[in-house]
Structures are given as structure tokens and as C-alpha cells.
Design a protein around this ligand. Structure first.
Ligand code: FES
Length: 84
């Protein structure tokens, strides 16, 4: 099952091999912030406007309500996100 990621005015597909949302954004040349790529720093934090995600391992960095860390999460539905 493949889910879509909508960001700004673009819709891209999340592929199994992407493993996390950040990889999917990079594959489509969508610029987003990141640093550790491992759930520690919080640099990849963005807003989740619609849909749901899961974490393989829950990140150490703070994640507020309606926020996600793209480096370590994957969609479990079609999602709409916004990079601040
Ligand atoms: S890049 Fe550091 S938490 Fe995602």
C-alpha cells in the first residue's frame, strides 16, 4: 500500500524503499531541514496537517501535537505536511 505525501502544492508518493518521510522528500528534491537523521535533534520537525504517521522507534527529540519528525517517521495514511 502506497500513501501520498502532500507538501505545499505538491503531492508525492511514499515508497516502501524510502523508509522515512525525509528520504521521500529528498528523492523528489523537496528541500527540508535535517541534521542528525536519527530522531535526536528535532531539526526535521514539521507540521502534520492531516493523516497519521508511525515511528519505528519513538524519537528522543520533542514532538508536539500535530508535529512529526520526518527523518524517523513513515506515513500510515495519506498525509499533508507543512515545513515551517
Ligand atoms: S534530523 Fe534530527 S531529529 Fe530528524
Amino acid at each position: 500500500m502506497s500513501f501520498s505525501i502532500t507538501i505545499e502544492d505538491r503531492e508525492i508518493s511514499f515508497l516502501e524503499e524510502d523508509k522515512n518521510i525525509l528520504n521521500a522528500l529528498e528523492r523528489e528534491n523537496i528541500e527540508s531541514h535535517f541534521h542528525c537523521r536519527d530522531g535526536f535533534c528535532g531539526a526535521c520537525r514539521c507540521s502534520l496537517k492531516e493523516g497519521s504517521v508511525e515511528y519505528k522507534q519513538y524519537p528522543l527529540a520533542y514532538v508536539g501535537d500535530n508535529e512529526i519528525l520526518t527523518c524517523c517517521s513513515y506515513p500510515t495514511s495519506n498525509i499533508i505536511i507543512e515545513i515551517d
